[in-house]
Design a protein around this ligand. Structure first.
Ligand code: ATP
Ligand code: MG
Ligand code: MG
Length: 386
């Protein structure tokens, strides 16, 4: 049988490994952590740094095709592996997704056709660019161009003086300043694109963030106006086409108070907001990652149930005010019909750490929401199923 390799051993890699193994593939995981969530369930686990020549050589020897689950995998490592076998997504697309400056330039090029642009922004890489920032971008959010996730690397700024201090605090690394927009909602679209340029997509997902981290994703025909949903899908497909992307790509959008759509950022891999596809769709985002990597046919996914996904952060493992780790009441949650628990096998719970997710499906939206409210209340997720 052939072996599919993945750079990164986190929960996304673990769910990729599950999907690949279900289809009969062997798997190889490269991760610096000797006991990573994906490494633990994989046939092969290469314990090495992402740029380590020996680790890359071992992965290269084992794997017939290689993907990534880790957004900040060095693009040069992907490029070095791509000589001898399919690597998807490619180094160029990953390199663009890793850098907000390149990413926004690509979105701006696509906007000419799709009509969906970015938030007004300025690139700040020098003191001159800092001084030239238009006051119309304030209040704004200063984001480091590279390495940010879950809102890390972002600072809210209200004045030119605050902006200067904030950029100083980054160590003067390349940044973008974005105007702070009035958000009515946030949503995302997951596209899977094959080597021959065919693409399929999942329905538009509505996302709720808390403290910069995804908390809830809800997906059914009522989450977003149908016209906006079509616009988001068209914009997502044009971004993937423009990159000649191969693999699974997630695009995040803002819906503004005036009903217009703005493109926020992309992730060159399956995405937390797509975990609902494991239980509410006939193929999951990880199945499509396997198919695009292995060169298997792509089929349009069909959602068969309305769904809410609740992210399970490490905070849930700490009883109110206590520092003792306590397992949440899974037996009571799983007694509710339509609950699907996914835990990532992380041994230690930490606040803000993604430990798992709970998908809640139902026969109809009202019943699914009722169950989700009960599950959220059992877990003490007060603002989850609003
Ligand atoms: P992720 O974990 O999704 O990769 P990230 O750290 O890359 O997150 P963004 O997606 O850029 O960061 O921003 C995080 C959240 O901050 C957004 O989902 C949104 O709620 C808020 N946000 C970001 N940019 C803006 C903006 N220009 N105006 C208003 N809110 C914003
Ligand atoms: Mg991001
Ligand atoms: Mg984001």
């Amino acid at each position: 049988g052939s072996t599919l390799g993945v750079m990164g051993g986190g929960q996304l890699g673990r769910m990729f490994v599950h999907a690949a193994q279900a289809m009969g593939y062997f798997t190889a995981v490269l991760d610096p952590d000797a006991d990573s969530p994906a490494g633990r369930v994989s046939h092969h686990h290469i314990h090495s740094d992402y740029l380590d020549g020996d680790g890359l050589a071992r992965l290269s020897k084992l794997a017939d095709a290689i993907t990534t689950e880790f957004e900040n995998v060095p693009a040069q490592a992907l490029a070095s592996l791509a000589g001898d076998r399919p690597v998807a997504p490619g180094a160029q697309a990953v390199g663009i997704a890793q850098d907000r400056i390149l990413e926004k330039a690509h979105f701006t090029r696509c906007a000419a056709a799709s009509g969906v642009g970015c938030a007004p922004y300025a690139v700040i890489e020098s003191a001159e660019q800092l001084a030239a920032v238009s006051p119309s971008l304030l209040p704004g959010i200063l984001k480091t161009a590279r390495m940010g996730y879950d809102g890390k690397g972002q600072q809210s700024v209200h004045s030119a003086a605050e902006l200067a201090r904030a950029w100083e605090a980054t160590g003067r690394v390349p940044c973008v300043l974005e105007q702070r927009l009035p958000l009515a909602a946030e949503c995302s679209v997951i596209v899977a694109r094959s080597r021959d340029g065919q693409s399929v997509h999942f329905p538009v997902q509505r996302n709720l963030h808390k403290d910069g981290i995804l908390a809830v994703t809800e997906v059914h025909e009522q989450v977003l106006d149908a016209g906006l949903a079509r616009q988001a899908v068209a914009a997502a497909v044009s971004v993937a086409d423009g990159l000649d992307y191969v693999g699974v790509l997630c695009i995040e959008f803002f819906v503004l108070a005036d009903g217009s759509l703005v493109i926020n950022e992309m992730a060159p891999r399956p995405h937390n907001s797509g975990h609902y596809t494991l239980d509410a769709c006939d193929v999951s985002q990880f199945d499509l990652q396997v198919r695009t990597l292995a060169g298997l046919p792509l089929v349009a996914p069909r959602q068969h149930s309305p769904v809410i996904m609740l992210n399970l952060l490490g905070d849930l493992w700490f009883a109110r005010g206590s520092n003792q780790q306590v397992e949440p009441p899974w037996d009571r949650v799983l007694a509710l019909p339509g609950t699907h628990l996914h835990l990532y096998g992380k041994t230690e719970a930490r606040r803000g750490r993604k430990m798992g997710h709970l998908n809640i499906t139902g026969a109809d939206v009202a019943q699914m929401r009722e169950t989700a409210a009960q599950a959220a209340s059992l877990l003490g997720l007060t603002d989850a199923a609003a």
